[in-house]
Design a protein around this ligand. Structure first.
Ligand SMILES: Cc1ncc(COP(=O)(O)O)c(C=O)c1O
Length: 370
């Protein structure tokens, strides 16, 4: 099967990297960094972008700017990558794990409402696989209880809901450019926000407490160095030129794929809200009978379709949360999804249409056997 590898680069990355190598600035002060920050933030409908070395430190940075720490609680989904929760714990606050919705795989607003206490300061939804969370309901809860909505948009480059992009719903949003993401430099991250004061503080903390227009050796915040390097920015600028076309290609391939497999009743695919106007399809997630999931994945893999049998744990089932303080709300959906779900990565849907047809045929055959 002609499934393209990921990540992939061509002469454009080499050209921009050459420009960095030929310059006297290989670090975060090369103009490519500011250019990428501005272009990507604008693409996500936000005024400011603060580049950083990965999408975990951006979560920590956001919590620091919000002043979240000991005695505070932050509500997170039970299903995500671990740093959504560990960023909260590392800030000294307590993650509160809440169940996901059965079909969207995103944090369930009604469960969020039940988890709010007088200690709650923020909610961190994850737009799972590129599907936007129920931001309307979440924003309403945040307004009612004076909470901050901080989006973990690590899966959601280009994701759009009602014409607005991920990152423009909460006070700020954290993106990752780690190796597997739809926009990557191997490692990298960015915080986006349209709040001027938030941006100013985040930028200063991420840049050793410096303040624009003041001396290089004058430091105003208890900051550190989270800067994105010029090499990362060069690669990201090149990758970013291709992102809109790649999203269009995945959306077209997903329409074809859904036409070909949508009637296989043994497989239930992740649902996106009707208001979603663009989906980057970072992960194409589905589920089968839990007894059949592992065999289904083995058969797909044997036929050459790269498939991942979901996260092996809810976040709170990880060994770290047997030790670290946390609060766990009942999460029956999350505890089921880890056993019945699987995902196909975004590179699968960058394959030519004939390959999509082949994959659909394999999925049909394996799905019918579940
Ligand atoms: C939902 C989510 N949040 C945060 C991160 C952390 O990003 P990074 O790997 O860039 O530190 C990831 C990355 O895999 C992620 O998937």
């Amino acid at each position: 099967m002609q499934i393209p590898p990921w990540p992939r680069a061509d002469e454009r990355e080499a050209e921009l990297l050459r420009m960095v190598l030929d310059s006297p600035q290989w670090g975060g002060f090369h103009p490519f960094v500011a250019e990428f920050e501005q272009s990507f933030a604008a693409y996500q409908h936000s005024r400011h972008g603060i580049g950083a070395m990965n999408g975990s430190v951006t979560l920590s940075l956001a919590l620091e700017v919000l002043g979240i720490g000991p005695g505070d609680e932050v509500i997170v989904p039970a299903i995500s990558f671990i740093t959504t929760a560990t960023a909260v714990s590392r800030a000294g606050a307590m993650p509160v794990f809440v169940d996901i919705e059965a079909d969207s795989y995103n944090i369930d607003p009604s469960r969020v409402r039940e988890a709010v206490t007088s200690k709650t300061k923020a909610v961190i939804p994850v737009h799972f696989g590129g599907v936007i969370s129920d931001v309307r309901a979440l924003l309403e809860i945040c307004r009612e209880h004076d909470l901050t909505l901080l989006e973990d948009a690590a899966h959601a480059h280009g994701a759009e809901y009602d014409g607005k992009r991920a990152g423009s719903f909460g006070l700020a949003a954290s993106f990752s450019f780690q190796n597997g993401k739809v926009l990557t430099a191997g490692e990298g991250g960015m915080l986006v926000t349209s709040d001027d004061r938030f941006a100013e503080r985040a930028r200063s903390i991420a840049n050793c407490g410096r303040v624009p227009g003041r001396s290089f050796y004058e430091h105003h915040e208890l900051g550190t160095n989270f800067r994105l390097s010029a090499m990362q920015a060069a690669i990201l600028l090149a990758q970013f030129e291709r992102l809109p076309d790649q999203i269009r290609q995945r959306e077209a391939n997903l329409r074809l794929f859904n036409d070909l497999v949508g009637d296989v009743k043994e497989i239930v695919w992740q649902l996106q809200p009707p208001a979603q106007t663009q989906n980057p399809h970072y992960l194409v997630t589905g589920r089968v009978d839990r007894q059949a999931r592992d065999e289904f994945c083995r058969r797909l893999a044997a036929a050459g379709v790269p498939v991942t049998p979901f996260y092996p744990h809810t976040l709170y089932q990880n060994p770290v949360y047997r030790r670290e303080e946390c609060r766990v709300m009942p999460c029956p959906v999350a505890e089921t999804r880890i056993h019945d779900s699987f995902w196909l990565g975004h590179r699968v849907f960058l394959a030519p249409q004939e390959t999509i047809q082949e994959i659909a045929s394999v999925v049909r055959t394996c799905g019918a056997g579940c």
